[in-house]
Design a protein around this ligand. Sequence first.
Ligand code: GLV
Ligand code: MN
Ligand code: MN
Length: 412
Amino acid sequence: MLSVSSARLHARIAALARFGALPGGGVTRSCWSPAHEEARGWLLGEIKSAGLTPWVDPAGNVFGGLGLDRFDGATPAVLTGSHIDTVPEGGTLDGALGVLAGLECLQTIHEAGAAPRRPLAVAAWSDEEGRYGSLFGSRAFCGRLDAAAIPAMAAVDGERLVDVMTRAGFDPLRAPEARAPAGAVDAYVELHIEQGPRLEEAGIPIGIVDAIVGIHRARVVFAGQADHAGTTPMERRRDAFLGAADYALKARELVVARGGPRVVTNVGVVQVHPGVSNIVPGRAELVHEMRDPDAAVLERLAGECAALARDVATARGLAVEVRPMSATMPAPCAPRVQTAIEAACAALGLAWRRLYSAAGHDAQNLAAITDAGMLFVPSRGGRSHRVDEASDAEAIERGANTLLHTLLRLAA
Ligand code: GLV
Ligand code: MN
Ligand code: MN
């Protein structure tokens, strides 16, 4: 039975990990950064040396085609891929695995002289991690990128998308032109590390994803009164940070109590203005994120949290504004893709279980234009979005071979 070169795959994972490598391990490689653009150049070289056709679209998505040099709608392709950008202080596998295993599968198919009925392609989607805009590249490819929103897109530190894309040699306003023609993609399947503990704890090598969570994000801005931190009597202070802190604690309780067993919530961004120790904070902003596989649960919780923010502000003599930032819809995975992964597992003698993805992925955009699905391999200790993210070499090899045989089935 055809199988990938595990040595070549691991060599490429190690090579990609050098771009943006941190001294203590792990990687910071946000999209459009110099490290990311160097990695893009390296990836294009690898695609070419693997015997595939490389190209880059106006949203910065990188592709390698086998029997394909552009998406045209006349020859529907089977597509795989993931992303090569990382979160700050992230690991070496989140995204990288899906891109490099996809490349390895296509190279294996090419070198074996196998001639699948459909053309194949591997993608590295831009800014999956959303420094400027969550799932940016796959949104553009799937026709879900609002052109009017591009000029305002910026990172939390204020760095603007238009500036970094221009620096990287792209025209940001042309990104929506990356939209694929109707019928261009026959199916999409993405291999990813699980990023959580479920597969490892169950001792199961392959997870077949049946749905991807929705993610709701809102910026909550409390406004109080800046004052001298030494001379202002305590009872006269209107400290905006205390509103943010109170909200963060109460929102967590509310979401966990009212959201059901699968909901998760996080406050990962807090900004205090003007941000010096001798001024009572006049303004405090936080970004509140919630995830659940059920869109109705998220919508209800978003309303309840907005009411909570108003109650907290009133009780503390503050003003508050809740600005919805993004709401990605939960996405079901296509039964046809799940069945193909199951058949690949059966052929390889691998146990599998179904699970939903608690992380967001480009596959949720692809699900809007084609049959899309995902498979997971176990993450050591369930750790991800941290520098010691890891999966066992054998787990990676099993995942790559399962992807290979899934692609062969989908393209047959
Ligand atoms: C993507 O990495 C996410 O935040 O789920
Ligand atoms: Mn990630
Ligand atoms: Mn990822």
